[in-house]
Design a protein. Structure first.
Length: 330
């Protein structure tokens, strides 16, 4: 029998997905509820040809140097800012991600977080649970309007467009967006969204929603200067990546009520959350769960596994993120 490729599954996954991998590969699985530290990850990958990762495992030049046999990294995430794509390309390592399968679920959550933030859902629930609700009051938890208001979306990829469709068609919102490039006219028409500059978006939107990839160019794309442009009644929602927002500057803006509220599913340095954010009541904070439904997480794990399977059986990666240089010894 042919030698089976050796694979590491770096984080716990659905048991049946693991079984699917075990049918074709020699699998070492980290089923612990714990991220492997960089040195431990390098150690476990020293003799592996493939790995299934999540956005928590960093794949950089130092790791690649310690893993000479590695040929493919299959990320169980659409975002791949945990990859040093240049280093992977130079080392001849294929990267893959999980686009499409999580688009609608993540768009649902973006909208949920927008609603929860604008309508002060969690703040009101905490108040009720704490036994503080004594009577109705005209201004109790009075929030911002969602329907009919202006939504500004920064990052208009698949997920951004999904949110725009929900906003325009379901909530009669006036949708504006900013993106590296303008959408094709038919896509713009489908989500009834209008392209504007970043500054116009920040100045005029009632709600600003971030769904852009995290790259050196988007680091702190929302900092003190950008927050200062926003309306004092505006809400900010981040379902993209920590690091796109300067969390310390955001905490100041929220505390001083320069903007009304923020909904955050991702944080700089997560799972650590900036203590100044935790101290505020005008925030809704969730632990990176925008793609977390059972069917979607299953589809993500299955697509990551299928990328490994297709790569090693010669069909090639299904959803590649790079075109690596040919390896010297292939
Ligand atoms: C993942 C995500 O749950 O797809 C992404 O980019 O951020 C989430 O869907 C998380 O990154 C784990 O890989």
């Amino acid at each position: 029998a042919a030698v089976r490729p050796r694979i590491l599954v770096a984080r716990a996954v659905f048991p049946d997905v693991l079984e699917r991998l075990r049918a074709v590969f020699d699998v070492e699985a980290n089923q612990e509820d714990q991220i492997l530290a960089p040195a431990e990850l390098a150690h476990r990958l020293a003799d592996k040809q493939g790995v299934l990762t999540t956005a928590s495992e960093r794949i950089d030049a130092a790791l690649l140097a310690a893993c000479p046999q590695l040929r493919i990294v299959a990320n169980m995430a659409v975002g791949f800012n945990n990859f040093d794509v240049d280093a992977m390309g130079a080392a001849g390592v294929q990267g893959t991600n999980t686009p499409d399968v999580l688009t609608e679920t993540t768009a649902d959550f973006g909208f949920a977080l927008l609603m929860a933030t604008a309508r002060r859902l969690t703040e009101a629930e905490h108040y009720l649970r704490a036994g503080q609700w004594k009577q109705w009051r005209y201004d109790q938890f009075a929030g911002a309007e969602v329907h009919g208001s202006r939504l500004g979306i920064i990052g208009m990829g698949r997920i951004g467009q999904g949110i725009a469709r929900r906003a325009a068609h379901g909530f009669g919102m006036d949708v504006v967006y900013h993106n590296r490039s303008r959408l094709a006219p038919d896509l713009e028409a489908a989500c009834k969204a209008r392209y504007v500059g970043k500054e116009e978006l920040l100045r005029t939107a009632d709600h600003v929603l971030l769904v852009l990839p995290y790259t050196p160019a988007s680091h702190h794309a929302i900092g003190a200067a950008e927050l200062a442009l926003m309306k004092p009644t505006a809400t900010l929602v981040n379902i993209a990546r920590g690091g796109i927002v300067d969390d310390a500057a955001l905490a100041v803006a929220l505390r001083e009520q320069r903007i009304a509220a923020a909904g955050l599913d991702v944080f700089e340095g997560e799972p650590r959350v900036h203590p100044d954010l935790l101290a505020l009541s005008n925030v809704v904070l969730t632990p990176h769960i925008a793609s977390a439904t059972v069917p979607t997480r299953r589809a993500m794990a299955t697509l990551a596994a299928d990328n490994l399977i297709a790569f090693f059986d010669g069909r090639g990666p299904l959803t590649p993120v790079n075109t690596p240089a040919p390896r010297k010894y292939d």
